[in-house]
Design a protein around this ligand. Sequence first.
Ligand code: SF4
Ligand code: SF4
Length: 138
Amino acid sequence: MSDSLNPCMTCGACCAHFRVSFYWAEADDAGGVVPVELTEPLSLLMRNMRGTNDRPPRCIALQGEPGSCVSCGIYSQLPSPCREFAMSGENGVWNEACDRARARYGLPALFHPSLPDMTESYGIAGASQPAEHVQSPG
Ligand code: SF4
Ligand code: SF4
């Protein structure tokens, strides 16, 4: 059993920091997989996860509080921004947006190219975890 934890499992900051918007046809009433009742119209062609266009934003599918034990209630039905958003440091690539969202909740940055690699201490170096999260700035 691994003694390291995926930082996303105790974070969830990106789910409560950005607007999560995507092409309307990703919703399951149009042939996609995202439960339409968890979305709302954003524009003629776009929808967003319900709650992420609020102030402050918080995705309706987020379970738990950011910075504590969290999970996504629709992990197998994610919209594209959530699938494509990479945890900072994943595969050695800095994701400034991930670290910015974490900072909002007082969580430390996971990675920065100008600093020593911090991902080792989190056990994520070279991880091939599916990208779980986000989005466009709200
Ligand atoms: S991708 Fe980044 S901000 Fe989102 S849950 Fe994972 S560590 Fe937190
Ligand atoms: S991964 Fe996406 S759908 Fe799931 S809680 Fe986060 S923002 Fe919402």
